[in-house]
Design a protein around this ligand. Structure first.
Ligand SMILES: [Zn+2]
Length: 255
């Protein structure tokens, strides 16, 4: 048994604020109906979260973006049009990053990025650094197919821990998986998961237990981590803690 008590697990709950279930639907019920339910849940739970938001969301639903910022959550960047960066020429990638950042910075400071579909080529990281990003969460611990450099001179990468639909599976199985995730735990959900799409003809993993069951499951996930003494934090805070731990050489290179 170790003499020092382990520090509590840090959990970042993140929301990818985008059209409904891309590339299948492209409607906006998640932003108009699901996001307010999430904001209510987070207020009841008293936790700060991070919202990776597309530039199109900010253009079409500025009120929804303002509500996130007004509630004290971190606003973060998810590109403009929710296209895959690994299929995109570098000029298009640059436009997606610059344009979305410009739109989102009308609402709040933006320092965290996540690419749609959790696919972002490592050789595009310089585009993020040029726009002043400090944190990239475009990788996933459960995906091994995207090669990429780890971190840039002024940017740290912190991957997502588990896929969003896994938070909707039955409680015992879900908690079995969650209890095995190393610190920091990065969870993500989409507002459309909190709209009832169970009767739609969407792909099964997009529609099963959506709506109220998804909201109940997410509330239970938050309670599960709180019960284990975990602390909830934002991606920005996780990123800055990671920056502070980097070697003096890396910090010097970033200066
Ligand atoms: Zn997305």
């Amino acid at each position: 048994m170790s003499a020092a008590s382990p520090s509590p697990t840090r959990v970042a709950l993140t929301v990818d604020m985008e059209p409904d279930c891309p590339p299948y639907l492209w409607t906006w019920r998640g932003v108009t109906e699901g996001a307010p339910r999430l904001l209510d849940l987070f207020a009841r739970q008293g936790i700060e979260t991070t919202w990776f938001t597309t530039g199109d969301t900010a253009r079409l639903y500025p009120g929804a973006v303002k509500a996130v910022v007004d509630a004290g959550h971190e606003l973060a960047c998810h590109g403009v049009t929710h296209q895959r960066f690994d299929w995109m020429p570098k000029d298009s990638a640059r436009w997606e990053i610059q344009e979305s950042t410009k739109r989102l910075r009308d609402f709040a400071e933006i320092t965290s990025f996540r690419a749609p579909y959790l696919r972002f080529p490592g050789h595009y990281l310089d585009l993020l650094e040029a726009e002043g990003f400090r944190l990239d969460s475009s990788q996933a611990l459960y995906k091994k197919d995207v090669p990429g450099v780890e971190n840039g001179p002024s940017l740290v990468r912190i991957p997502a821990s588990i896929t969003s639909s896994a938070l909707r599976i039955p409680k015992l199985l879900r908690e079995f998986f969650l209890s095995r995730k190393p610190d920091p735990v990065v969870l993500f959900v989409h507002p459309w998961e909190f709209v009832d799409f169970r009767q739609s003809n969407l792909r099964l993993d997009c529609r099963f237990r959506t709506g109220q069951p998804a909201l109940d499951a997410l509330s239970s996930v938050i309670d599960f981590f709180k019960g284990r003494g975990a602390t909830f934090t934002t991606m920005r805070a996780l990123g800055e803690e990671a920056h502070a731990r980097r070697t003096p050489q890396a910090q010097k290179a970033a200066a």
